[in-house]
Design a protein around this ligand. Structure first.
Ligand code: ADP
Ligand code: MG
Length: 369
């Protein structure tokens, strides 16, 4: 098993435009890394540089302790699966799986028995054994995707790169494939880097998530750590559904926080600030309490009510700021209701309004002064 190390990768296109600005991260041997970021963040570019399909302006890619910089792509032993999977339409599933093992630039020569054994193993891991004699046109979208993954895996690569492999599948299939991918990766123990714009993929799949935006790594770590203590406002906004609410607030003096027109006490002031300073307050939907209130004490109006099964998401317009709440069960609150909005005791994030960096992760209690 091989560890993937990416050090200060930069990439510039002809016109001198920088696409990646010193991207660094590590995916430990045999683990599942997820590169998550919006469209245009530089995910595909990063994968292409790792695979060797494009050349970096600067930086290093190291696989299992060996620098890949001077290794041509076909010798890197890296497999990449794209969103638009390519299967040979006139070959059966078995022939499609065989092909990578027979191609002329293979280093090692495998016997017929070895080839058959590898194909059987991959077919069983991917659960396509019963489809071996079919042609791609006779497969569903999910089955085709499994076979294209199989084509990458029969070679037993040292590293598996997946570029949005399930984005085009419908929601139900996407959910199934997400679970399957994780199982397959565990079964095979292959070091994997998976690129996706979908935050749910990152939270559900990653041993280690790398948040990329504008060609820069904003933060990397276990998904839970990124969710609970995002280093940057953008990380907080990217992870979680319903999304975190961000609202302007003022901290201080004497460890008070004023947000949405109410005052709260911070449990552990970062420093005993005498001056008040503006902050951006991030609150996860589970920590927002919404109650129907008489007009004169209401903070805002409910604009959206989404029943999610496990709970209800309420979107409240508080004087132009959108506050999202997640309440258990089926909320009696309706669209157009006038409501009070209170931040419950619990996790609350304070960000620097100029840089977006996390200032503090705080517990708050409503102030009864
Ligand atoms: P992602 O996969 O995260 O959506 P990409 O790596 O495909 O992002 O692209 C990152 C940015 O780099 C995009 O703005 C894209 O338009 C630009 N880009 C990528 N490759 C080239 C290229 N060869 N020439 C010009 N711009 C490029
Ligand atoms: Mg891409």
């Amino acid at each position: 098993m091989d560890e993937l190390r990416v050090d200060h990768l930069s990439f510039t296109v002809q016109e001198g435009v920088s696409i990646l600005h010193g991207v660094s991260f590590l995916v430990e041997a045999g683990t599942f890394g997820v590169l998550v970021g919006p469209s245009g963040a530089g995910k595909t570019t990063t994968l292409n540089l790792i695979a060797g399909f494009q050349r970096a302006a600067a930086g290093n890619v190291t696989l299992g302790g060996t620098s890949m910089n001077d290794v041509p792509p076909e010798r890197r032993d890296i497999a990449m699966v794209f969103e638009n999977y390519v299967l040979y339409p006139h070959k059966t599933v078995r022939q499609n799986l065989e092909f990578p093992l027979r191609s002329p630039n293979r280093q090692q020569d495998l016997s017929r028995a070895e080839i058959a054994e590898r194909i059987d193993q991959v077919a069983s891991t991917l659960r396509v054994e019963k489809l071996m004699e079919r042609f791609p046109s006779q497969l569903s979208g999910g089955q085709r995707q499994r076979v294209s993954l199989g084509r990458a895996l029969v070679r037993r690569p040292r590293l598996l790169l997946l570029d949005e492999p399930i984005s085009h599948l419908d929601a139900k299939l996407r959910h199934e494939m997400r679970t399957e991918l994780r199982r397959i990766q565990r079964d095979l123990g292959v070091t994997t880097l998976y690129a996706t714009p979908d935050q749910a993929d990152a939270l559900a799949l990653a041993d280690w998530a790398i948040v990329l935006e504008g060609g820069r790594v904003l933060q990397a770590g276990p998904p839970r750590q990124l969710y609970l203590t995002p280093a940057h406002l953008r990380v907080a906004q990217m992870l979680g559904d319903p999304k975190i609410s961000i609202m302007p607030g003022v901290v201080g003096p004497s460890s008070g926080l004023t947000v949405l027109g109410k005052r709260y006490d911070l449990d552990a002031p970062a420093d005993a600030e005498q001056e008040s300073r503006p902050v951006l307050v991030g609150v996860r939907p589970g920590a927002v309490e919404v109650r129907v209130a008489p007009d004169d004490s209401a903070d805002g109006t409910v604009v959206l009510h989404q029943y999610l099964g496990y709970g209800t998401a309420l979107h409240v317009d508080v004087r132009g700021i959108m506050v999202r709440a997640l309440v258990e069960g089926r909320s009696p609150v309706k669209v157009d209701d006038k409501v009070s909005v209170t931040l419950e005791t619990g996790g609350l994030l304070l960000f620097d309004p100029d840089t977006g960096s996390l200032i503090a992760h705080q517990e708050v209690t409503p102030w009864h002064g």
